[in-house]
Ligand binder design. Structure first.
Ligand code: 13P
Length: 263
């Protein structure tokens, strides 16, 4: 059973793996975790496949009774109708998904999604009983231009959660843009500083109780070699992993960070 702030290791596949590859990957991941006797009560594992893979991932997880969770990488802010190319939260929920990413920096920069769109998408996810994983984070220019590295993330968090009520399950992912896909991971101290500030902002917006129960993930060049030090920080409750989540070896090693020497 997943309880509040059970560490969450989430693999964001981005636009990788077609549905056949996704089947092979999820089966192999499940076997690998079974082999190492992964304890799913200690660490929750979720994958975020492309939309076209979700049905296949659902079928494998249900057929083999796997304890993996899954979610979508995005969703429409609309529920149905004339929105060519959009995917409704209702469709995603009907496929048994638990999560939906909102406002990943690649959506914000490549697809022009601003805070208002993210706010509408958070609300759409909640309307359809999906847990929104709101992604926030600053670019290098924004970090250098600001006295407080958490400013941009706090602004994005407050805007995205503007309509959320206390006690609602949400997940926050702090992903500094300069650390995504660059191999330049934030130090554990840098990540902790912003995640602690985000928890403070959550407390202001939704109250202490919700802030204390909400998982805040770090994302940006998480690898087997750096995950244990990141996970030692008190305000970091998991990781959102891009590149390394496409390798069974790396992703399962990240999931098993507790077994790393010195962890
Ligand atoms: O964007 C990310 C996850 O959402 C991070 O990607 P990388 O782990 O490849 O840096």
């Amino acid at each position: 059973m997943v309880t509040a702030r059970t560490p969450l290791m989430a693999g964001n596949w981005k636009m990788n793996f077609n549905h056949l590859q996704s089947i092979a990957f999820v089966q192999k991941l499940a076997w690998t975790l079974k082999d190492v006797q992964h304890d799913f009560e200690q660490v929750e594992v979720a994958v975020f496949p492309p939309f076209t893979d979700i049905r296949s991932v659902q079928t494998i997880i249900q057929a083999d009774k796997l304890e993996l969770e899954y979610g979508a990488q995005d969703l429409s802010q609309h529920d149905s109708g004339a929105y060519t190319g959009d995917i409704s939260g209702e469709f995603i929920r009907t496929l048994g998904a638990r999560y939906a990413l909102v406002g990943h920096s690649e959506r914000r920069t490549i697809h022009g999604e601003d805070d208002e769109i993210c706010r509408a998408k958070v609300n759409a996810a909640l309307r359809h009983e999906l847990v929104p994983v709101l992604c926030v984070g600053e670019s290098l220019e924004e970090r250098e231009a600001s006295a407080n590295p958490a400013d941009v993330s706090i602004k994005q968090l407050k805007a995205g959660l503007a309509d959320v009520t206390p006690g609602t399950e949400i997940v926050i992912a702090y992903e500094p843009v300069w650390a995504i896909g660059t191999g330049q991971v934030a130090t554990a101290e840098q990540a902790q500083e912003v995640c602690a500030a985000l928890r403070g902002a959550l407390a202001e917006q939704l109250g202490e109780e919700t802030a204390a129960a909400t998982r805040i993930l770090y994302g940006g060049s998480v690898k087997p070699g750096n995950v244990a030090s990141i996970m030692r920080e008190p305000d970091i409750d998991g990781a959102l992993i891009g590149g390394a989540s496409l390798s069974i070896e790396d992703f399962s090693s990240i999931i098993r960070y507790r077994s790393h020497v010195g962890a």
